[in-house]
Design a protein around this ligand. Structure first.
Ligand code: BGC
Length: 349
C-alpha cells in the first residue's frame, strides 16, 4: 500500500502555487516530487542498518529550484540532451530552437519542462503529472500533451512512465535529471561509488558533447563499465572522450534494445550498502558524473552541491539524433503515442 501526501511548496515568482507530493511505501521508503518541474526533491531509502538515507541532490525551497541551472531532479523536455546549433528539419521544414548551451540547444531550451508548473493528480500508487506545451514553445512545432506518472512499489522501485501526444509531428525525448548519491546527498563525491553499465557500445561525441553518429565498442576504453567499476577509477583518464567531457558524460547504447524494459545500469555505495538498478524501454542511457556541478548554490540543509557529488542516469533517445539519421529518431508523429518507462530499483548489498 502506497500512501500519498500533499503539502505546500511555495509560490513561483509568477504567483503560481506549487505542491510537494510524497509517496511512501510499507518500508517507509519515500519519494517527494514537486509540481515545479515535476522535480524529484528527495528519495529516502533504507541503508544496510535500516536507517533512511536521502540519496538524491536537491534544495529545501522552491526559489532555489527556480534559479538553478543544473536540472537537479527535474523532468526534461521536449528534447533531452543536445541538438546541434538548435536546428533540425522535419517534413522538409527547418526549425530553429533556442541555443542555451553555447552553440547548441540543451534539455528543452531556455525555459524547458524543468521550469514549468505541472498539474497533478494522485493515483493509487503514485502521482500523475500533466503539462501541455503550446505549439511553437521553444521553437518546437505542435501542441504536445505530456503525462508523467511516478509510481512507487512496496519492493522499493520508483517507476517513471512517460506518455505524450501531439497535434502535429514534433520532436519528443523526455527524461529525468535526478543526481544520485547512494551514500546520501550530503556525503561528498560519488567517486568511490561503483557503476556498471549494460552496454557494449557508446556514441562518440565531440568537444561540445555532440555525438557525430559513430556507435563504437567500449572495449579497451575507460568507457567500458560492463563490470562494476569504481567511478573515480577512470574519471580523469587522458582518453580523449573523457577529456572532452571532463569526466563521464556520454551516451551508452543499452544492450539488446527492443523497446521493452532492459537493465541499463547498476550502482552501489559501500558506505551505505545501497544499490540502484536502472532499467528503461529507451535505447540510450546518459551516465553523467556531475562534472559541471560547481558548488555555486547550497543544497538541502546547506549541503554544498560541488563537482561530482551526484551522478545521473538519464534514459533517452541518443543525443543529437536529428543530425544523425542512423540513430533512432525522437520524432513523435501526429496521432501516435510516445510511451517510455524508466525504473529505479533500490536495494541493499
Ligand atoms: C548533460 C551534461 C550537462 C548536464 C546539465 C547532462 O545531461 O549530459 O553535458 O552539462 O546535463 O546539467
Amino acid at each position: 500500500m502506497i500512501q500519498v501526501s500533499k503539502q505546500e511548496f511555495g509560490t513561483t515568482i509568477q504567483g503560481t502555487e506549487v505542491f510537494l507530493y510524497t509517496l511512501t511505501n510499507k518500508n517507509k521508503m519515500s519519494v517527494s516530487v514537486s509540481t515545479f518541474g515535476g522535480t524529484i526533491v528527495s528519495v529516502k531509502v533504507p541503508d544496510r542498518d535500516g536507517i533512511l538515507i536521502d540519496v538524491v541532490l536537491g534544495y529545501d525551497d522552491l526559489a532555489s529550484y527556480e534559479t538553478q541551472d543544473k536540472y537537479i531532479g527535474a523532468l526534461i523536455g521536449r528534447c533531452g540532451n543536445r541538438i546541434a546549433k538548435g536546428q533540425f528539419k522535419l517534413n522538409g521544414k527547418k526549425y530553429q530552437l533556442y541555443c542555451n548551451d553555447g552553440n547548441n540547444h540543451l534539455h528543452g531550451g531556455k525555459i524547458g519542462f524543468d521550469k514549468k508548473v505541472w498539474d497533478a493528480e494522485t493515483t493509487e500508487t503514485g502521482l500523475k503529472l500533466t503539462y501541455i506545451s503550446p505549439d511553437g514553445e521553444e521553437g518546437y512545432p505542435g501542441t504536445l500533451t505530456v503525462h508523467v506518472t511516478y509510481t512507487l512499489s512496496d519492493d522499493n522501485r520508483l517507476s517513471i512512465d512517460y506518455v505524450a501526444t501531439s497535434d502535429a509531428d514534433t520532436v519528443c525525448n523526455l527524461t529525468n535529471h535526478t543526481y544520485f548519491n547512494l551514500s546520501g546527498y550530503d556525503s561528498g563525491t560519488i567517486v568511490d561509488q561503483k557503476i556498471q553499465l549494460f552496454a557494449d557500445c557508446y556514441t562518440v561525441a565531440d568537444q561540445e558533447s555532440l555525438p557525430n553518429g559513430e556507435i563504437v565498442s567500449v572495449e579497451n576504453t575507460p568507457l567500458d563499465l560492463r563490470q562494476p567499476t569504481r567511478i573515480g577509477d577512470n574519471i580523469d583518464s587522458s582518453f580523449e572522450q573523457i577529456q572532452f567531457a571532463g569526466g563521464f558524460d556520454h551516451n551508452w547504447a543499452i544492450n539488446d534494445y527492443d523497446g521493452t524494459l532492459k537493465q541499463a545500469a547498476w550502482a552501489y555505495a559501500e558506505s551505505s550498502g545501497i544499490t540502484l538498478i536502472a532499467a528503461t524501454t529507451l535505447p540510450g542511457i546518459q551516465f553523467y558524473s556531475g562534472n559541471y556541478l560547481d558548488g555555486a548554490s547550497a543544497g538541502k540543509k546547506g549541503a554544498t552541491i560541488y563537482k561530482r557529488c551526484g551522478f545521473c542516469l538519464e534514459s533517452q533517445y541518443f543525443p543529437n539524433a536529428l543530425e544523425n539519421p542512423n540513430f533512432l529518431q525522437p520524432v513523435l508523429e501526429k496521432g501516435k503515442v510516445y510511451h517510455a518507462e524508466t525504473t529505479y530499483q533500490f536495494g541493499i548489498k
